[in-house]
Design a protein around this ligand. Structure first.
Ligand code: HEM
Ligand code: CA
Length: 173
C-alpha cells in the first residue's frame, strides 16, 4: 500500500540520522535523467523491479560493490543477509527505504554508496537485490499484488544455467 505514495525530492533521508540526503549534489552526473530515475524520484517506486533485462547490470553492480560484505547472492557475510525477509531497518522493504540505506549508508562498515553509483544503475541494483529474495514474498511491500503472483524465489543454479543468458537478450526499459 505504501508503494505508490508520491515523494518530494527533498524527502529522501539518511536511514540512521534522518538527515535529508542531497541526491543530486552527490550522485554522478551520468545516469540521472532516465525515465526510470524520473519516475522513481516522483513516486518512490522502482520501475525496474522484475524487469528481467535490467537484472544482469544490477548483478554486475552488486558483485562489484556489495557482495564482498553481503555475500555472492545476498546470503550475508560481515554484512547482514539481504535475500531473506528480515530487515534491521523495516523501511528497507520499500524501494525508497532501500535506496536511502544504500545511498546514505547505515552503521559501521555500511558506508554511503550514493556518490559512486549512477542513479539509473542504482535502480538496477535494487531490482537485483529484490530478485535475490528466497523467502515468501507475501509481505513484500516492493512487489505489487500482480508481481507477487508471478514471483519465484531466487534459484542460483537456474540463474547461472539459463536465467542470466535469457535476461541478457531482453531490454531494460
Ligand atoms: C547493512 C546494502 C555494501 C556492510 C546493509 C543494509 C542494506 C545494505 C540494505 C541494511 C540491511 C537491513 O536493514 O537488514 C548494501 C548494498 C551495498 C552494500 C546494496 C553495495 C552497494 C556494503 C559493504 C560493506 C557492508 C561494501 C562492508 C564494507 C554492511 C554492514 C551492515 C550493512 C556491516 C549493517 C549496518 C547496520 O545495521 O547499521 N547493507 N550494502 N555493506 N552493510 Fe551493506
Ligand atoms: Ca536480512
Amino acid at each position: 500500500a505504501s508503494a505508490h505514495v508520491a515523494v518530494a525530492q527533498n524527502d529522501f533521508r539518511n536511514t540512521v540520522t534522518g538527515e535529508v540526503l542531497d541526491i543530486y549534489g552527490q550522485a554522478p552526473e551520468a545516469g540521472r535523467d532516465t525515465p526510470a530515475v524520473k519516475k522513481f524520484m516522483q513516486t518512490g517506486v522502482n520501475p525496474y523491479t522484475e524487469v528481467k533485462g535490467c537484472l544482469p547490470k544490477g548483478e554486475e553492480v552488486y558483485l562489484e560493490s556489495c557482495s564482498g560484505c553481503h555475500g555472492h547472492v545476498g546470503e550475508g557475510k560481515v554484512g547482514p543477509g539481504l535475500a531473506d525477509s528480515y530487515w534491521t531497518y523495516p523501511k528497507n522493504t520499500t524501494d525508497k527505504g532501500l535506496f536511502e540505506t544504500i545511498f546514505g549508508g547505515a552503521n559501521g562498515m555500511m558506508g554511503p554508496h550514493g556518490g559512486h553509483l549512477e542513479l539509473d544503475n542504482h535502480l538496477k541494483l535494487i531490482a537485483w537485490i529484490r530478485h535475490l529474495q528466497v523467502d515468501d514474498v507475501k509481505d513484500a511491500e516492493w512487489l505489487t499484488d500482480e508481481q507477487k503472483k508471478s514471483f519465484k524465489p531466487f534459484n542460483s543454479d537456474e540463474w547461472e544455467k539459463t536465467g542470466r543468458a535469457a535476461a541478457l537478450k531482453e531490454k531494460c526499459a
